[in-house]
Design a protein around this ligand. Structure first.
Ligand SMILES: [Zn+2]
Length: 128
């Protein structure tokens, strides 16, 4: 049977891999957004197709939304890895109980145990 320590180190490795993946995705999105900006600029003054431009802007906005979601997830992963350094990884930030490995396998950057997550989702982090 795997010990808790083994399980946590597996999850930590997963987390580091996910973080690298998120980093890469963000870089790719940045490239796409940049290219979009360049296309918009070069299109200026040329034939004006307002329809096309609004499509492009909508697409650019969509990319930026995905990017900000990724950046949020990345921040959560970095936070979780900082808990690895602190030795508090896998500990619920609200009640201090151990977060079950199954939950961490599903969400490696989970901050709370299931019970506290429900409370935080409902009442917010500040309420105790
Ligand atoms: Zn808890």
């Amino acid at each position: 049977m795997a010990t808790r320590e083994n399980e946590l180190s597996t999850i930590e490795q997963q987390l580091r891999e996910d973080l690298r993946g998120a980093d890469q995705e963000i870089n790719e999105l940045d490239e796409q957004v940049k290219r979009f900006g360049e296309t918009l600029e070069s299109a200026e003054g040329a034939d004006n197709h307002p329809g096309d431009d609004s499509d492009r802007l909508a697409e650019q906005e969509r990319l930026l939304t995905i990017r900000s979601q990724l950046a949020e997830r990345k921040a959560e992963m970095e936070h979780a890895l900082s808990k690895v350094d602190d030795g508090t990884f896998g500990v619920c930030e609200r009640c201090g109980q151990l977060i079950p490995s199954g939950r961490l396998e599903a969400i490696p950057f989970a901050r709370y145990c299931v019970e506290c997550q429900e409370i935080v989702d409902r009442d917010g982090v500040a309420a105790t």
